[in-house]
Design a protein around this ligand. Structure first.
Ligand code: ZN
Length: 202
């Protein structure tokens, strides 16, 4: 995984050569190494930036993190005006487990970060919008019946990362029009990884 902190510590205005067009057969985004990632002109504000992401449907266009944050802020403000009079900023699943220490280690292998950990409960996070609560239960048979759908832009990418970490993943494959993979944690909780469309690099 590219280290974002290391990348942002450099000057974002350092001039660089324009990003070359991908060679035939090579897809945008296939080069994920931070060191070789050139500076792009943001398709929104026009400023050069090393920290950009491609648009979902026009992957030749890249937008800088600052402009993405602005879009998310506008989206959030608009959503705050809806919802039938009450506002939700997120949903945080609670997974029941038998051994919090074991579960924390497992979710770290999946790429989560431990936000806090107590003797019988923990919160693990990934990116800004995913927080999972791991809650220990001693009730026989209660742990491990949970399931979470993670909606992601690229289900193949997640499956590759998890397999590289040595955990089992089923798929991804077409499931009812979604491109979906699944991983079962040590207690039997199922983490579905669902993309709205097949991977652009598939
Ligand atoms: Zn921008």
């Amino acid at each position: 995984m590219p280290d974002q902190r290391e990348r942002t510590s450099r000057s974002p205005r350092a001039p660089r050569a324009p990003r070359p067009a991908p060679a035939p057969g090579q897809t945008e985004g296939s080069d994920r190494s931070a060191a070789s990632q050139p500076t792009d002109a943001c398709a929104c504000c026009g400023r050069p930036s090393r920290d950009t992401v491609p648009l979902f449907s026009h992957r030749e266009l890249r937008v800088c993190f600052r402009c993405v944050d602005w879009l998310v802020l506008q989206r959030d403000r608009r959503l705050e005006g809806r919802g039938g009079g009450w506002t939700v900023l997120g949903a945080e699943p609670v997974l029941l487990v038998r051994d919090v220490g074991r579960s924390v280690s497992h979710y770290e292998r999946l790429g989560f970060t431990v936000e806090r950990q107590a003797p019988t409960a923990a919160v693990v996070t990934h990116d800004r919008s995913l927080r999972l609560h791991l809650s220990e239960t001693e009730w026989p048979g209660r742990a491990g019946h949970g399931a979470v759908h993670l909606v992601v832009p690229d289900a193949d990418e997640v499956a590759r990362a998890w397999r590289a970490a040595g955990v089992e993943v089923v798929g991804p494959e077409d499931v009812d029009g979604f491109f979906e993979g699944a991983h079962t944690d040590p207690d039997g909780n199922v983490i579905h990884v669902r993309a709205v469309a097949p991977s652009p690099s598939a």
